[in-house]
Design a protein around this ligand. Sequence first.
Ligand code: ZN
Length: 245
Amino acid sequence: MLFAIINSEKVEASPKISGACPLCKKNVFSKCGEINVWHWAHHKDVSCDSWYEPETEWHKNWKLAFGKYNCEIVISKDGVRHIADILTNDNVVIELQNSPIPKPIVRRRENFYGDGMLWVINGKHFKNNFFISSLDSTKDYWNSKYIHTPEGIVNKTTGEIVYVPKNNFTFIWNWPRKSWTDVQRNLFIDFGDENLFWVTEGMGTNNGKGILISKEIFLNKYGGNTDFSKVFIDKKEKRITNVQH
Ligand SMILES: [Zn+2]
């Protein structure tokens, strides 16, 4: 958890303070080490939410892009309560998933949050096994006269966009995370670059289809702060250049 309740306010963890868990109301204490993201923990480190994942920098960036009043929101349904990672002003739940997840949990989370949810999963751990290719050939533009940008291929000298790739990709995924095969909600993979890969077919299998969506567009659509798209982007990651032709 990034936020605990202190005097009815959501407060980020800072060294040596305690607060209340928004879900179970029990005391939580701040954990502010040098390695892990500063967060709040229950005593004995047992979270009251069975769907809880350890807080990472990746979670933190996504949550803070939506701001403290739209992240870590307690949702109650039929007497059961869970903390949604992000709840947008339009009531879309965005669930963040960093680690592998068992198939039954995928189903339960989707049932609990209903149709108005989507997944953003961290693809960094399997990006080397995940190959995106376009049926669209851009081979004429793979030389130093051109640069490849999300808007298209640009002639470096004139600044002119010479080619706009069609946004339809296929993927091959070696050792896929099979627990995602029955996913029912829209799912976006974050490989750490400026785009999300929206899987439209074949999630959790060896091959399928998808569309690239820039994080900026995604954040705009769901009410996130687009300034944060810069925080997410690891300059070393250039997924778009992994496109095979
Ligand atoms: Zn709790």
